[in-house]
Design a protein around this ligand. Structure first.
Ligand SMILES: [Zn+2]
Ligand SMILES: [Zn+2]
Length: 137
């Protein structure tokens, strides 16, 4: 007996076309010449630097790459953020970039629903931990 199954077609990006490379604190993803833009940079917050952010196929390519035992990027030094955290460390809410808060020592600046309050609260926590560590040595 034959069965007829109707399915909606699923569009998938061919993962084998994507190449992932570690560069500094980022994953450089080449999605192949058929994809525009071809080159993407995914941070440790699982967010791409392109307009798609979290939903970029480059993020999935990095996940697949790590699952297959790919090399992980270096962990940044304590308190330094190469990219903004995906959620606020204080209220766990979503963050947005704020380049006015970015600095060489602190890394990427961000804001949450509190505005800049939680950013500075978090920086104060980092300073306190750093100071404690310095006193112990
Ligand atoms: Zn992207
Ligand atoms: Zn917050």
């Amino acid at each position: 007996m034959q069965q007829t199954i109707t399915r909606t077609p699923v569009i998938t990006i061919r993962q084998e076309q994507a190449s992932v490379r570690v560069t500094g604190y980022f994953y450089a993803v080449d999605l192949g010449s058929h994809v525009r833009p071809q080159h993407h940079y995914v941070g440790i917050n699982a967010e791409c630097n392109c307009t798609l952010g979290h939903s970029c196929p480059a993020v999935d390519a990095v996940r697949a790459y790590l699952k297959e035992g790919g090399q992980r990027v270096d962990r940044p030094p304590f308190g330094y953020y190469p990219v903004r955290p995906s959620t606020c460390p204080i209220c766990q809410g979503r963050t947005v970039s704020d380049t006015s808060l970015s600095s060489r020592n602190r890394g990427a600046g961000w804001r949450c629903s509190s505005g800049k309050t939680h950013y500075w609260q978090h920086r104060a926590q980092i300073s306190a931990i750093r100071q404690k560590a310095a006193e112990q040595t």
